[in-house]
Ligand binder design. Structure first.
Ligand code: UDP
Length: 475
């Protein structure tokens, strides 16, 4: 039995992507404010990207958590080497990177954790790793420490991943091209169309690393002692209730940038400040367009969206990330586009999204439906036009469009066209089409805010998690 006088110590391992790092940092702050000691682990290349986004020298002395520590939180910060040179392009070489993360990286983590445990014997340590790190149960078992899996996406996605065997029995996994059917046999999920399943479950994807990594993650996730989910009980109650019968899962969301006041550098890229420009625009008149940090599309899509924006005549901010298209990244916008938009639009490489969304001038969000973006949009009552590209995005879109009715789909099928883009934008921004969305999203926003109040469901779930965790680590 561990001595209950010893402080609990969480070793946090986020996936090295923006949409995972953001909730992990906010979780670190939340746990530390409950009296936990935290060791937060970034990949070395992430450390370098964060340093560069701040225009600081890349040296290992920079500590992104110094402000958190100054405010009394016990958060230590360290980095781990993934074995690739810092300048190696991990997004464009996704398969090579992930092959190594599956095969070689676990041994590095093993040694790394062994060293931390050796030097922190005055505390009771446990692991909180991203669910997509399938190495965690094995390593936790080896060192006899508790293994918490943090799932940064909705419970619906976790549930589909949890039930791959049932999907397989019913012929829906791997998912054949052109099969469009309703699925109503997943426990805790009333109904979902095959079109809305995660992209990596498609038959054509089974050889890809995206598929292999996800499948392994859902298999190994079942071995976690506890699962934390960045969702809210009231939003996905049936799904969570069913999962809870199988495994202790705690809805503790929204764990969002929006709600954490302590400054920790998280952005991979420098943020353009849009505040002045937004202040010059009328209330609810600006459409914010962003496809997150990872999704890649093609030049055709970018060009149709550009023309659609022009045709719609609405004000807009568009985040055109440097790697938004897979190839031919230069000159992806139509010729003369920037001149034509004049003061109606801002094209930027990156921004503080929560700052933009929460500006009263912003009235709509054309989004890829990343889960953080979806939550942030709800927290700002901003209705959405959904253009899911890959991963969990089609599944998140189902929640937004079908279940919660707080947004619309940009397009069904393959090729989008500028006229449709313009029509959807006009409907959302100037038509009456968005009135229903606004009412519904306002209700959801209140649910989210209530969840994190003192007696809210997420706060209670978090306290219950801490209680259950302590019972286990001190057992
Ligand atoms: N984000 C940002 N600035 C941008 C675009 C995105 O700060 O210009 C943040 C956004 O607030 C969100 C995260 O990046 O927290 C993206 O996560 P999400 O789950 O929405 O999508 P992903 O990048 O994982 O596809």
């Amino acid at each position: 039995m561990a001595n209950t006088q010893l402080k609990p110590h969480a070793i946090l391992f986020p996936l090295p992507y923006q949409g995972h790092i953001n909730p992990f940092v906010n979780l670190a702050i939340k746990l530390a404010s409950k009296g936990f000691t935290i060791t937060f682990v970034h990949f070395e290349f992430v450390h370098r990207m964060l340093s560069e986004s701040q225009h600081t020298n890349t040296n290992n002395e920079i500590d992104f958590f110094s402000e958190a520590r100054n405010s009394g939180l016990d958060i230590r910060y360290t980095t781990i080497d993934d074995g690739f040179p810092l300048e190696f392009n991990r997004l464009n070489n996704f398969d090579e990177f992930w092959t190594s993360l599956l095969q070689d990286f676990p041994a590095r983590v093993d040694e790394f954790i062994g060293k931390i445990l050796q030097s922190e014997q005055s505390m009771v340590s446990f692991l909180i790793a991203d669910t997509f790190f399938s190495w965690s149960p094995k390593i936790a078992k080896k060192y006899n420490i508790v293994n918490v899996s943090f799932f940064t996406q909705p419970a619906l996605v976790y549930s589909i991943g949890y039930h791959l065997d049932i999907l397989r029995e019913n012929g829906h996994y791997p998912l054949k091209e052109n099969v469009v059917e309703e699925i109503n046999y997943i426990p805790g999920v009333k109904s979902i169309n095959t079109k809305e399943l995660m992209h990596y479950l498609k038959e054509g994807e089974v050889e890809t690393l995206k598929h292999i990594v996800s499948k392994r993650a859902f298999q190994e996730g079942k071995n976690a002692d506890f699962v934390l989910d960045n969702t809210v009980q009231e939003l996905e109650s049936e799904t969570l209730d069913y999962l809870n019968k199988k495994q202790p899962i705690y809805a503790i969301g929204p764990i969002s940038n929006f709600l954490t006041k302590i400054i920790v550098t998280k952005s991979f890229w420098s943020e353009s400040d849009c505040t002045k420009w937004l202040e010059s625009k009328p209330l609810n008149s600006v459409l914010y367009v962003s496809f997150g940090s990872l999704a890649q599309t093609n030049k055709h899509v970018i060009q149709e969206i550009a023309h659609g924006l022009l045709l719609s005549q609405v004000n807009f901010i568009w985040v055109v990330r440097e790697n938004i298209v897979k190839s031919n990244g230069i000159n992806i916008l139509p010729d003369g586009f920037k001149d034509e938009i004049g003061d109606k639009g801002l094209i930027i490489p990156w921004c503080d999204q929560t700052l933009v969304l929460s500006n009263p001038a912003v009235g709509g969000f054309l989004t890829h439906c990343g889960w953080n973006s979806t939550i942030e949009s709800i927290l700002c009552s901003t209705p959405m036009i959904c253009y899911p590209i890959e991963f969990d995005q089609p599944t998140n879109k189902k929640l937004v469009v079908e279940d919660w009715k707080i947004g619309t789909n940009l397009h069904d099928g393959d090729l989008i066209h500028r006229d449709e883009v313009a029509e959807k934008i006009r409907n959302l921004m100037t038509g009456t089409g968005s009135l229903g969305f606004k009412q519904e999203i306002e209700k959801l926003k209140n649910v989210l805010h209530k969840a994190i109040e003192k007696d809210g469901s997420s706060e209670k779930n978090f306290d219950k998690f801490v209680e259950d965790l302590k019972a286990k680590i001190y057992a």
